[in-house]
Ligand binder design. Sequence first.
Ligand code: GDP
Length: 363
Amino acid sequence: MSAESIKSFASLETPGYVGFANLPNQVHRKSVKKGFEFTLMVVGESGLGKSTLVDSLFDTDIYPERIVPSAGEKTKQTVKVEASTVEIEEKGVKLRLTVVDTPGYGDGIDNTDSFRAIIQYIDDQFERFLRDESGLNRRNITDNRVHCCFYFISPFGHGLKPLDIEFMKQLHNKVNIVPVIAKSDALTKKEILRLKMKIMEEIENNGIKIYALPDCDSDEDEFYKEKIRQLKEAVPFAVCGANTLIEVKGRKVRGRLYPWGVVEVENPEHNDFIKLRSMLVTHMQDMQDVTQEFHYENYRSERLAKGAPIPKRTTSLPDYEKTNGNMESISEKDRILMEKEAELQRIQAELEKIQAQMQQKAS
Ligand code: GDP
C-alpha cells in the first residue's frame, strides 16, 4: 500500500483532479470493472453553499435541480429528499455517484419534523437492500444505501445549534456523518480554529458519533500516517466552494474573487476543500464497510427484534418441490435458479422461526 498511498495522496492534491482513479487501490478488480457505487447525502440549511461545494468536489454539475422557495413558502415548508445519479469515469475507473439533497431542511419555523423524511429515506434504502439480498439476483444488487452524509454547519454561529445536535444524535447510528463548516472564507484562521474546537467539544459532550477515520496500521509508511493525522486534525472540515474559474498568476483556479484578493478553493492554505476531497476519495471503501457492518446491521437486527416480517420474494419460476424430482424438461439455468430459490425459501422459513421465538421471549 505504501508506494501507492503516497502516489494517491500526492495526486489528490493536484488542482482540478478528483481522484477516482485511486479507487482500485481500495476495491477488488471485479467491482472496478462493474463500477463503484457511492451515495452521498448533503444536509444543512439552505444557502450554506451545499450545491456549490458538491459541484466543486466532483468537478461537474450533478447537484439535483431545485426550485428556491419564496419567503412565505419557507415557514410551512417540509423537508424533501431528492436524489440524482451520475456516472463519472476517470482513467477507466467508473463511479456511479448518487447525491441526495434535502431541500427545506432547517428552513421552517418549527423544525421538529426535519428529520422524519431523511430517516425514512435512509431506512427505505436499507429495506430495499434487505429485500434484494433475500432475492434471487443477489450478486447484482444495486447498492443505494447512503454511505456518507456531509452535515453543513453555519460559520456565523458560535458552535452547533440545537437543530445540528438533534440531527446528528438521531442519525449517527444510521449513516456516516462528516461535519463541515460551510463558507469558511467568512472566518479568519483563528476564528476557524476556535469554532472547530467548540464544535468538537459539543459533539463529544452530546455523545455524538461522527464518522471516525480508521487508525493506520503500525507498519504503514510515515508519509501516509502523517496525511491521515492531518485529515483527522482537520475535522470538522472548514470548506469553501465556487463555481467560477479565476485567473491567478497565469493559472485558472476555482475561486471566489473579493476586492482584497482571491480565495482559492483548491489551496490548502485557504481552506480544507482538498482535505475533504482526499478524505472522501480515500475512504469511500471504508465508509461502505462501516455502512454494511454497522449501520445496516443495526437496521437489520432492530427490524428482526421488532418482529416485522422479512419481505417475501416473488418468482415466476415453477415450484421446485412440485416437479417431484422430474427436472429433465427444465433448462439448466432454470434448474439452478429453482434450487437457489428452494434454498432461499428454507433460509426465510428459518428466519421467520427465529423471529417468532424472539417475539415469544419478549412477550
Ligand atoms: P445551498 O442552498 O446550500 O445549496 O447553497 P448554494 O450552493 O446555492 O449557495 C448559496 C450562495 O452562497 C450562492 O450565492 C453561492 O455563490 C454562495 N456560496 C457558495 N459557497 C460559498 C462559499 O464557500 N463562500 C461564500 N462566501 N459564499 C458561498
